[in-house]
Design a protein around this ligand. Structure first.
Ligand SMILES: [Zn+2]
Length: 90
């Protein structure tokens, strides 16, 4: 995924493209969880995290799509993974 600051892409376009992107089971970029954590930035107890990733500040955080594009560094090993609800029986 290109860096938003490099492409200059409007954030809403970047989010829309993210939502259309592959849902394939790539273990470097996608993680399936029975319980998806909340966004650490929203911290409202109801906004689910879309990405567990490294932030520009250097630490890792669970982020919703909006905060991922505000603070995230991309997807892949050492950068971040998309979080998906695992719908298979536990
Ligand atoms: Zn958020």
């Amino acid at each position: 995924m290109p860096d938003r600051e490099i492409t200059g892409e409007p954030i809403n376009d970047a989010i829309a493209r993210y939502q259309r992107s592959s849902r394939g089971r790539n273990t470097d970029t996608d993680v399936y969880l029975h319980v998806v954590p909340g966004c650490d930035y929203c911290a409202d107890g109801k906004t689910p995290a879309a990405v567990d990733g490294k932030t520009r500040a250097g630490y890792w955080a669970n982020m919703c799509e909006y905060h991922y594009f505000m603070h995230g560094l991309g997807l892949g090993l050492g950068r971040g993974q998309r979080l998906h609800k695992d719908v298979t029986p536990a």
